[in-house]
Design a protein around this ligand. Sequence first.
Ligand code: GLN
Length: 200
Amino acid sequence: MTANRRIGVIAVQGNVSEHVAAAQRAADERVDTVRIRNAGVVPDCDALILPGGESTTISHLLETEGIDEEIRAHAAAGKPILATCAGLIVAAADARDDRVETLDLIDAAVDRNAFGRQVDSFEAGLDVTGLGDPFHAVFIRAPVVDEVGPDVEVLATWDDRPVAVQDGPVVATAFHPELTNDDRLHRLALFDPLRSEAEA
Ligand code: GLN
């Protein structure tokens, strides 16, 4: 018998339990989910989730715990990552904010509180590349991507601005796919790549 797939949810701060539940629902097979607060766990994970929360805090804790380098190595090995909201900010190359030590996994610059002062939170139906019906997206003090490199695919836009992007093994959303019962983005980002790798 082969071991279950292991999905790591970075749990230094932010929306962790919703992502654990979404990953469990999205998997067609039994998976192990593990909450990660220390170094030494990421290397045993098949896929990672980098949740929303507060990007300044998350990036600082990743660095002090030594998890940042492990996440970079995971991405460099081509293993899937889903980053949401503050996770998108941390995963980008440039957060346009010196208080965020980015992981530089996505060749993009982000505007942290782009929708911020005008509207704190809103919901919208988005057309997402690779998904059929529109995705009901919940935005909470969301960032937008305001510059992308040539290898970044824009998967969805809102008001002509990118809000879901993919750079190799990393899929990132400005919104919170874990807050609805729609698991298609967790499948697209985490389980489709794992399945096609298993079939190759
Ligand atoms: N605005 C937050 C930040 O800059 C992100 C908000 C969220 O993850 N819901 O970190």
